[in-house]
Design a protein around this ligand. Structure first.
Ligand code: SF4
Ligand code: MG
Length: 318
């Protein structure tokens, strides 16, 4: 028709995703906020793994970092205070094929969300949990968070925070059925990327503690580490986070660590020690994953589901 030739055997070219395909709204975090680097690392992983945007879900609670889903072009759920993890578990329970990224902060996860944190780690569903730890409630303007160091003046404790800070890594390492715990820093994009990619590859809940700069409210909390890179202890192991030569140059102090050694991971996990360890602290690929159970029956038709319920009820027939 009209002289056009239609070759119906043409194959549809495969989709190739670029960084632009994962770019959501313009990020409104402060200039030099570490959140920008984390977003960029996740977008790069999605690009490098060629994950279709429609197969990604970013879930968050409340806080500066919890604006993450708005800036990643994918499905997103900006949840309630501390509720990122139960939402993420719900997504994973019914749509196990989706890639789930959770963005949560030290206030969101370690305070109001702490109960959910405990159980999500135990459920060990396949997702990557990024704890953006800037040692402060940033969105609500400099209130003491569970990880605020003693003595830091905040709006809720002008004379300085009173209590010893909670350590997210050591706390997670004490939870039942923990399967992956790593730490990285936002000011080294190569190590950040490698850590998040290793976490993405792990099957189970990957908990990544990210030391995140907040130049607006806690500009000095990581100054000791930034000014003394030898105080950052890079963990090395063939199963760990790969160490790029540029990372090794930036952080000259390295230490072999078998990530299956839980006792050693606990000893290395503290952020209050003189040297702060980054890399893979702990992994247990054999830990049971609850989503393998909840996924059963997801594909059943309503009729098959009804028949299964009938069969179950028949066992109680008198
Ligand atoms: Fe980032 Fe801090 Fe600004 Fe929040 S207040 S966007 S954490 S720099
Ligand atoms: Mg915070």
């Amino acid at each position: 028709m009209f002289g056009l030739s239609c070759d119906w055997n043409l194959e549809v070219p495969e989709r190739y995703f670029t960084m632009e395909n994962y770019a959501g709204g313009v990020a409104r975090w402060c200039p030099a906020c570490g959140d920008h680097t984390v977003l960029s690392a996740v977008q790069r992983i999605c690009r490098d793994e060629q994950i279709p945007p429609e197969r990604i879900v970013a879930v968050s609670g409340i806080g500066c970092s919890s604006r993450f889903p708005h800036y990643l072009h994918a499905y997103g759920f900006h949840g309630l205070h501390g509720r990122a993890l139960p939402v993420a578990c719900g997504v994973k329970a019914r749509r196990p094929e989706l890639q789930v990224w959770v963005a949560t902060g030290d206030g969101d996860c370690c305070s109001i969300g702490a109960g959910h944190w405990l159980h999500a780690v135990r459920y060990n569903m396949d997702m990557t949990v990024m704890l953006f730890d800037n040692n402060i409630y940033g969105l609500t303007k400099k209130q003491t968070s569970p990880t605020t160091p003693i003595g830091l003046s905040t709006n809720t404790h002008p004379g300085g925070a009173f209590l010893p800070p909670l350590d997210p890594v050591q706390t997670t390492l004490g939870m039942t059925n923990v399967s992956f715990v790593a730490r990285t820093v936002d000011w080294n994009p190569l190590h950040l990327y490698a850590t998040l990619r290793r976490a993405y590859e792990h099957k189970g809940l990957s908990f990544v503690h990210i030391l995140q700069r907040c130049p607006t409210y806690t500009p000095d909390v990581f100054a000791r580490l930034q000014q003394n890179p030898d105080k950052v202890l890079v963990l090395t192991h063939e199963d760990g986070v790969p160490v790029d030569p540029a990372v090794a140059r930036a952080f000259p102090t390295q230490r072999p660590h078998d990530p299956r050694d839980l006792a050693q991971a606990r000893a290395l996990g503290s952020t209050s020690a003189d040297e702060v360890a980054i890399g893979l602290l702990y992994v247990d690929p054999t830990a049971p994953c609850y989503d393998q159970w909840t996924a059963q029956g997801v594909e059943m038709t309503p009729e098959a589901r009804l028949a299964a319920v009938d069969r179950a009820l028949e066992r109680f027939a008198i």
